[in-house]
Design a protein around this ligand. Structure first.
Ligand code: AMP
Ligand code: MG
Length: 435
């Protein structure tokens, strides 16, 4: 296992007092290794879980050539062999019907066709389907016929080929995939009743601060309800991890140490809020030195500057990664999304996918100091001109959670960026899909 020191000492631009966000993310990425244990779960229970192995298609989907529409199937050779003079329609006898799940059992001779429904098997002698809306029904009740212009259809049209969705033996889904609704359907189409997934990541968290009270307790002057534990619950729940809520811990070394020990003994990752700002950090630092190792960064981002990262390694156990988030409610969320979320997904075994950014036009000018990444709570919308426009919403203080609730995105102003003029294009990280 790599030590933190080994990782940070390789970085040429390592400055714990002004850590570029991208460098902090890179260090964390190096230490986030996936849990090894695998379990088999019933197909529905795999929703949101991480696949532990590549899943191979045991059969072709579709299993055989079948019709892509309701229409008529025939041998496409008739289109070229006996092309009638231009403008003359082709006439075929209808000799039977093939339904989905009830194939036509007879023979289709040259010059004949069958009525065929979507999903019905294509008889051996046929290779082309014409949609019913492209034919005229002719003939008699005893001998129905269809009539159509041959130039309306190409040989081989409107057939779903065996294996064109998934070929037997091919990889249907890769390990590391977080199973989605479409994947459940795909696995069902292959007959998978059970799926191997990684065991759920266990994440413990607690809030620190003498001023914090739980809902239901009396709020003495100067005290606040602990909101971070609820925000954290919401963010972790969305990731599908097992959540271990260890409550509120006062700013007191002995209690902090006991809670960190409990957390490290039962979790793969431990998240705290508060206690990493200037001054506070000192005793967290002493504690971490005793319980494992940690680095304390002032990450060059806003909100969310103070941040601690490390490993709790107790009694030769596997240990847990430690993320010490700042206390301010919005800083908690921004640090979680930028520095913790990806690590937890990697630890859960999920293949990392960069968070999508869109480009939007700034509806107002924005002040920005180069040298830190800034995240502004904002509302982005697509205007009638078809372009995305974005403007910050509400007060941007790192304790103002209401503007986080109003927002539908972050405006992301990159490390080196300076002021943004009205109408400039900026990066936007939409909340949909992220939270
Ligand atoms: P700290 O980082 O501990 O100095 O906290 C910074 C600010 O965030 C202070 O105003 C705290 O009262 C507030 N704060 C810290 N933890 C929480 C919490 N769990 N819920 C709500 N506010 C908090
Ligand atoms: Mg505090």
């Amino acid at each position: 296992m790599k030590t933190l020191h080994a990782v940070t000492s390789c970085l040429s631009d390592y400055d714990p007092d002004a850590m570029p966000l991208s460098v902090a993310q890179a260090v964390i990425r190096k230490l986030a290794t996936p849990v090894a244990a695998v379990e088999k779960v019933a197909l529905r229970a795999a929703l949101g879980r991480v696949l532990a192995q590549d899943l191979i298609a045991p059969l072709n989907v579709p299993g055989a050539d079948n019709s892509a529409m309701d229409g008529y199937a025939f041998d496409g050779a008739v289109l070229s062999d006996s092309t009638p003079p231009n403008g003359t329609p082709l006439l075929l006898n209808v000799v039977g019907t093939s339904f989905a799940g009830q194939a036509y059992a007879g023979v289709v001779a040259a010059g004949a066709c069958i009525r065929i429904m979507t999903g019905a098997l294509i008889p051996a002698a046929c290779d082309t389907v014409i949609a019913q809306e492209h034919v005229e029904v002719a003939g008699t009740a005893a001998q129905p016929q269809i009539c159509f212009k041959p130039e309306r259809i190409a040989p081989g049209a409107n057939i779903r080929r065996a294996g064109e969705d998934l070929a037997a033996g091919s990889v249907a889904l890769n390990q590391g995939r977080v199973v989605q609704a479409s994947d459940l359907g795909l696995l069902a189409s292959l007959g998978y009743a059970e799926v191997p997934v990684r065991r759920r990541l266990r994440v413990a968290f607690f809030s620190t601060g003498d001023e914090l009270r739980s809902i239901g307790q009396t709020l003495e002057p100067g005290c606040v309800y602990d909101s971070n534990r609820y925000t954290m619950y919401g963010m972790l729940h969305r990731l599908g991890v097992e959540i271990i809520d260890l409550g509120i811990v006062p700013d007191q070394a002995a209690e902090l140490e006991a809670t960190l020990r409990t957390a490290a003994a039962c979790a793969d990752a431990v998240i705290t809020s508060g206690g990493v700002s200037v001054g506070d950090a000192d005793y967290t630092r002493d504690l971490m030195a005793r319980l494992g190792e940690a680095v304390f960064w002032k990450v060059a981002m806003r909100p969310g500057r103070p941040f601690a990262f490390g490993r709790l390694a107790l009694d030769g156990g596997p240990g847990a990664l430690f993320f010490g988030l700042p206390g301010n409610p919005v800083a908690v969320m921004v640090s979680f999304y930028q520095l913790v979320r990806e690590a937890l997904l990697s630890m859960a075994g999920a293949t990392a996918r960069p968070t999508p950014l869109i480009r939007a036009c700034a509806s107002i000018a924005l002040r920005k100091q180069p040298g830190r990444t800034e995240f502004l709570r904002a509302i982005a919308q697509r205007n009638t001109d078809g372009n995305w426009h974005v403007a910050p919403t509400g007060a941007q203080g790192s304790g103002v959670l209401s503007s986080m609730s109003q927002a539908n995105c972050f405006i992301v102003l990159a490390h080196a960026q300076s002021d943004v003029a009205l109408g400039d294009t900026v990066d936007v990280m939409l909340f949909d899909g992220l939270i």
